[in-house]
Design a protein around this ligand. Structure first.
Ligand SMILES: [Zn+2]
Ligand SMILES: [Zn+2]
Length: 431
């Protein structure tokens, strides 16, 4: 039921289709002659002086109050916040953890946050300039319409954009220096990230994607794996190694090192650097997990440097791939791993010898030598290729080899005959 007209505020701009909640909130404030912070204190008197990032932290009470006063439906308002992507871009949001692909905007305590991206060209073409919710996704770095890098800070004063700190003005401007964002232009990206970001948007909108040998996985799990890979490429001791491996295998990502600075928190990277990082991580996500494993091994990464199972939850398709392929020898699980490898070989009719196990697992494990089947087993005695007269002196071996050769036999057959005679056993025809 619509609220009574008396309860409505005079300024009630409609929520635009792709608009973010904070953008609409700022427009409602301006339409009623208020600053966003003033409107916030009016609808949420128990909140702080300034609203936090409302795309994420606008709670149901705030959304309900805004719906009641503007006549816009609560459901539509919810869809203009990060709630739209719960179960899609992230599994759930307790308000405390970092969301991999939705970094904070404005300021969190004293820290400047660069999670609000904008396309000045889109704003310049808008009848009603407004922020798109999708601009909050940090794997999106280029405007698909204009092909320019998005801006995450004001080119005039370098402050991050924060529409909720904006003064009582229409349009989108820098809250700090007041510059109209429409007068800027984004730069050209160092690589063409459109196919990658479109692929990620499709994954997000579909809710799942096929991840190589792991089959279909939820979109939030795929994006989480992408973030785990991005973190290794952005910083840490394997960062440069991985980048080098990628540039060797994917020439279009062979870029000068300064394109992508090494950082601990990759949410702080500019759209320019992030577009390279996302493209690199996406490359390693291809043919999952094989390409990533080959790259990880080539730079000497072991599972313990990729994630810590005791204090980090990661999607199965990542944990399993890492545990299976990058596990160091002698660690817990080695016997289990060898047993699994053994059954894989047996199912394929391949003998689980030490060499075959090592080839399948890709590394030597201590448990292999005791669990592998000996090469010669099940071969008729004396015909094994590697039959070596173990324990027999070199002199006798040589003489036996010579005698066997002279009699036209191989060593095993000749020795069998000699021993049978000595032991008074009946002759046996070797098959
Ligand atoms: Zn644009
Ligand atoms: Zn500025």
């Amino acid at each position: 039921m619509l609220p009574a007209a008396d309860d409505l505020w005079p300024g009630r701009p409609p929520l635009l289709e792709d608009e973010s909640f904070s953008s609409w909130f700022a427009r409602v404030a301006a339409a009623n002659g208020l600053r966003p912070a003033e409107l916030y204190r009016l609808v949420q008197p128990s909140g702080g002086l300034r609203p936090r990032d409302l795309d994420r932290y606008g709670d149901i009470h705030l959304l309900g109050a805004m719906a009641d006063k503007t006549g816009v439906s609560r459901e539509a308002l919810e869809q203009s916040t990060f709630r739209r992507w719960a179960g899609w871009a992230f599994e759930r949001d307790d308000g405390l953890v970092k969301l991999d692909w939705l970094p904070p905007a404005g300021r969190e305590k004293a820290k400047r946050c660069f999670g609000q991206q904008v396309c000045p060209s889109c704003l310049a073409e808008d009848t009603t300039p407004h922020l798109r919710l999708e601009w909050r996704l940090s794997f999106l770095t280029v405007c698909p319409m204009h092909g320019h890098l998005l801006l995450d800070r004001c080119p005039a004063c370098n402050e991050p954009f924060s529409i909720l700190r904006q003064e009582r003005r229409e349009g989108v401007c820098c809250w700090s220096c007041g510059a109209d964002v429409r007068r800027f232009t984004g730069d050209h990206p160092p690589v063409d990230p459109i196919p990658v970001q479109q692929n990620l948007l499709d994954t997000l909108n579909q809710g799942w994607r096929t991840l190589g040998s792991y089959g279909p996985v939820y979109s939030f799990a795929a994006l989480e794996i992408l973030a785990l890979i991005a973190r290794r490429i952005a910083g840490g001791k394997y960062a440069y190694g991985l980048r080098e491996w990628i540039s060797l295998h994917e020439p279009r990502l062979s870029l000068p090192p300064e394109t992508l600075p090494r950082v601990h928190d990759w949410a702080l990277l500019t759209p320019r650097a992030r577009c390279v990082l996302v493209a690199m991580a996406h490359h390693l996500l291809g043919d999952w997990p094989h390409r990533f494993i080959v790259a990880a091994r080539s730079v000497g990464m072991a599972s313990s440097s990729v994630y810590n199972p005791s204090n980090e939850y990661v999607p199965f398709a990542y944990a399993h791939a890492v545990e299976w392929h990058l596990k160091e020898p002698h660690k817990f699980g080695a016997r289990y791993e060898v047993a699994s490898a053994k059954s894989v070989l047996e199912r394929h009719g391949i003998k689980p010898t030490y060499r075959n196990l090592k080839e399948l697992v890709g590394t030597k494990l201590a448990a292999m030598s005791e669990m592998a089947e000996p090469v010669g087993q099940a071969t008729p005695w004396g015909q094994g290729r590697y039959w070596k007269l173990d324990g027999v002196s070199a002199e006798v071996k040589e003489a036996a080899r010579h005698a066997a050769h002279r009699s036209g036999e191989n060593v095993a057959a000749w020795l069998d005959k000699v021993l049978r005679k000595e032991l008074k056993l009946p002759d046996m025809r070797l098959s």
